[in-house]
Design a binder for this molecule. Structure first.
Ligand code: 5CA
Length: 161
């Protein structure tokens, strides 16, 4: 992890990114676990589809980190995403995720990464008035709209499966 990443906690990085966006978005810490999409939906009282899963991949040709923001019930079709990304996306392990994003699995947020990350957004998220994403800790989330997600991440909207 970089010096800056080591000094700032994961949730603080998310809060700083939300504040810098100028959008009225707030990370909240819940009493219950939000470590998985199902747990997050149960704790929030929304559907699993409204949870934004932040899935980290490693481009097999470039070694580049790629973030796929997926609706909680969708599974990335790896062949399809390879065509979209222009290279095969390999699964990232927990150590790679932490080293490259500054987040531990279960708390990977769409924003507040320790360095900029190429981002794809699941178009299925567009249908919801509100969605929820992880905020850097396994019990922290924030509510946003699909338009907020695009504005925050500058991600490309794609079909992921
Ligand atoms: N906090 C919730 C959403 S609010 C959350 O982080 N959900 S998640 O779906 O984005 O994160 C869990 C995901 O991490 C799993 O879907 C899985 O793709 C990935 N994951 C879980 N365990 C591992 C592991 N050991 N190595 C790599 N990826 C993992």
């Amino acid at each position: 992890m970089s010096e800056a990443g080591a000094r700032t906690s994961s949730i603080e990085r998310v809060r700083a990114a939300l504040a810098a966006s100028g959008l009225a978005l707030e990370a909240v810490e819940l009493d219950a676990s939000t470590r998985t999409a199902q747990e997050a939906a149960d704790a929030i009282g929304c559907t699993v589809s409204q949870i934004v899963k932040s899935l980290v991949f490693r481009g097999e040709d470039t070694g580049e980190v790629i973030l796929v923001l997926a609706s909680g019930t969708n599974r990335v079709d790896e062949k399809h995403m390879a065509a979209t990304a222009g290279e095969v996306l390999g699964r990232a392990d927990a150590d790679f995720v932490r080293a490259e994003t500054g987040f531990a699995i279960g708390g990977v947020a769409p924003v507040g990464h320790i360095r900029p990350v190429k981002t794809f957004i699941d178009r299925d998220l567009q249908q919801y008035a509100e969605i929820w994403a992880a905020a850097g800790k396994p019990n922290a989330v924030f509510r946003l709209t699909p338009d907020d997600l695009i504005a925050l991440t500058k991600g490309s909207i794609v079909q992921i499966c």
